[in-house]
Write a protein that binds this ligand. Structure first.
Ligand SMILES: NC(=O)C1=CN([C@@H]2O[C@H](COP(=O)(O)OP(=O)(O)OC[C@H]3O[C@@H](n4cnc5c(N)ncnc54)[C@H](O)[C@@H]3O)[C@@H](O)[C@H]2O)[C@H](O)CC1
Ligand SMILES: [K+]
Length: 548
């Protein structure tokens, strides 16, 4: 699923009309109908609905939604910020269609109380000044925000500002049409203090930048759903080279072949561990097992082998000689068990708990040079590459790096602040330069591919901001690569999405304070079974379906 700018969205609409003969009017009709359907399903108990409309096409979607909600038996009051005669084009047509379901109270008068509107009908209120806003939301059990959408550029002006303040003081849920009014669709910022409050967002055709980078709803679990309204995929063009990780999960949605055996699902080798850091390789191994790898072996220093083996009886272990402070010894690489084992391995996960003591960093670099299998490099193996990124070359085999911003900063010799300020550009340039896949973790983890494409991840939550999360992710990535070697890009994207999704299920069932990294593994089943597209064809890019 492509991510667009507002200009690209407008161009898509124009192409849809000129090349495919789908008019703006019919796009608006489907957009508004989808919003109404969403409201009916998500807020079935809401009988009195206030639809806040601007004079542009976002307002047009609002008029259509209002009409459909009235048809469904709701009492609907439409508050238009302006005069009805100022509404033009398709939006004006939508407004005239609304009149058809206007009850006795259809009179374009200021101050119509919602109680005056009959069930299954609509009333229009033209709001011309702040006084006109008085009581506008009284009695509303649901508010639809159709004031401005992608045609808006900040800052909000005039009445919209007063309306935003009013909405802050209202308890009723707010569904934003396209995006919360006041939010710049092209913004990549996390917060936008100037935008309307929203509990859910229904957007059209494709997510815009703000939908994936912004935290649009007040509740972190609030849905952001994308609905198809009639633009064919070929009409949707994007220059951002940004996509959404969730779409890649389809890879893991087909059942395994009935005649499958474990050989088909690969053999993951987790290499890491040191005295005091036995948990990291254990967690990565557990996650790889739970993600479906055919076999998982952990190669760890002898001192921690028993502890690591304890995580699951299904896990095999290979002892590595111990060097300084219980870290792996360098001589370990040549001859012996590891050499033999490497011939049978499908994917290597290198780094969890490896430590930076003694030989460990040199060992990590040697492993990268010595192996030819797909490899996931994490944690201390990343630190071993600081200042030595010339060793990184993913052109001959799949090479995946999974740094958090701190590890990325060390890797490229920048500060964490510099990395965070320029995440997208940095991830993309590093991935293309070294021809590797870079998973830059954090709010909206980025998966940058060797060809310059970047997928944005929207799953996950602050419950996962704890030690061990990264080790679990490494195991999931390795296991997905082991099972789906033909499409490594999709395998990594779906791994990142699944990891966050498992965390979302964990946080929903538990509490964000109490969730441990290993708890997320318990929710991997829910993550695998989850479908982001619902029965009405909406793709939930943020928030869990069914939890709202
Ligand atoms: N495929 C689609 O995505 C479709 C989307 N639709 C909807 O159309 C809007 C975009 O409509 P547009 O008319 O271009 O712009 P807006 O309604 O978002 O805003 C224009 C409106 O807002 C006023 N305005 C502009 N800036 C400000 C400001 N700073 N403060 C206050 N008011 C402002 C301006 O005067 C105009 O009146 C998109 O979001 C979808 O909801 C189509 O319906 C179907 C296809
Ligand atoms: K809006």
């Amino acid at each position: 699923m492509k991510i667009l700018t507002s200009a690209e969205m407008a161009a898509t609409d124009r192409r849809t009309a000129s090349e495919f003969g789908v008019s703006l009017g019919s796009l608006m009709e489907r957009a508004g109908t989808a919003v109404a359907k969403f409201c009916l399903r998500q807020y079935p108990w809401a009988r009195r609905v206030v639809v806040l409309c601007g004079k542009g096409n976002n307002g047009g979607d609002g008029f259509i939604a209002a009409r459909e909600l009235a048809r469904a038996g709701k009492t609907v009051r439409v508050a238009l910020l302006g005069r009805a005669h100022e509404v033009k084009g398709e939006a004006a047509e939508a407004l005239s269609l609304l009149e058809a379901v206007g009850g006795a109270a259809w009179s374009s008068h200021v101050g119509a109380g919602i109680a005056d509107v009959g069930r299954g009908s609509t009333a229009l209120v033209e709001v011309m000044d702040e006084a006109g806003l008085t009581g506008i939301l009284d009695g509303a059990e649901l508010v639809i925000d159709a004031v401005v959408g992608t045609g808006f550029k900040p800052p909000l002006r005039g009445l919209a500002v007063a309306l935003r303040t009013l909405l802050e003081k209202t308890a009723s849920p707010v569904v934003a049409v396209d995006l919360p009014s006041g939010w710049d669709a092209d913004s990549m910022a996390l917060h936008n203090e100037g935008a309307f409050r929203a509990d859910a967002v229904v957007t059209f055709t494709a997510p815009k930048l703000a939908h994936v980078f912004g935290h649009l709803t007040y509740d972190a679990s609030g849905p952001v759903a994308v609905v198809e309204i009639g633009s064919p995929a070929t009409a949707v063009e994007s220059s951002t080279r940004l996509t959404w990780t969730g779409a890649s999960k389809s890879l893991a949605e087909t059942p395994r072949p009935v005649d499958a055996n474990k050989g088909r699902f690969g053999h993951v080798l987790v290499v890491g561990g040191s005295y005091g850091k036995a948990g990291a390789p254990a967690m990565a191994s557990l996650a790889a097992l739970r993600t479906g790898a055919g076999l998982v072996t952990a190669a760890v220093p002898t001192g921690v082998l028993d502890t690591v083996a304890h995580i699951a009886p299904e896990l095999m272990t290979v002892p590595l000689a111990e060097g300084a402070l219980g870290a792996v010894s360098f001589k370990q690489l040549y001859g012996g068990k590891l050499d033999t084992l490497l011939k049978r391995i499908t994917v290597v996960a290198l780094g969890p708990g490896l430590s930076t003591e003694g030989d460990a960093p040199a060992f990590a670099r040697q492993m990268i040079e010595k192996t030819s299998q797909p490899i996931v490099v994490d944690a201390d193996a990343l630190n071993a590459l600081a200042g030595k990124t010339n060793l990184l070359d993913g052109s001959r085999r799949t090479l995946v790096l999974t740094p958090h911003p701190g590890e990325m900063a060390r890797l490229v010799g920048m500060t964490v602040q510099e990395v965070e300020a320029d995440r997208l550009r940095l991830a993309r340039s590093f991935a293309t330069k070294h021809q590797l896949t870079l998973v830059l973790k954090g709010w909206r983890t980025l998966v940058a591919h060797p060809d310059g494409r970047v997928a944005v991840n929207t799953s996950g939550n602050p419950a996962m901001a704890k030690g061990g999360s990264g080790d679990i992710l490494t195991g999931i990535v390795a296991a997905m690569l082991a099972q789906y070697p033909d499409d490594p890009a999709q395998a990594v994207e779906s791994a990142v999405y699944l990891h966050g999704l498992a965390g979302d299920f964990a946080a929903h069932a538990m509490d964000e304070h109490t969730v441990l990294a290993t708890d997320t593994v318990k929710y991997l089943s829910d993550a695998f079974r989850y479908r982001s597209v619902d029965a009405d064809g909406l793709t939930w890019i943020c928030g869990l379906r069914g939890n709202n």
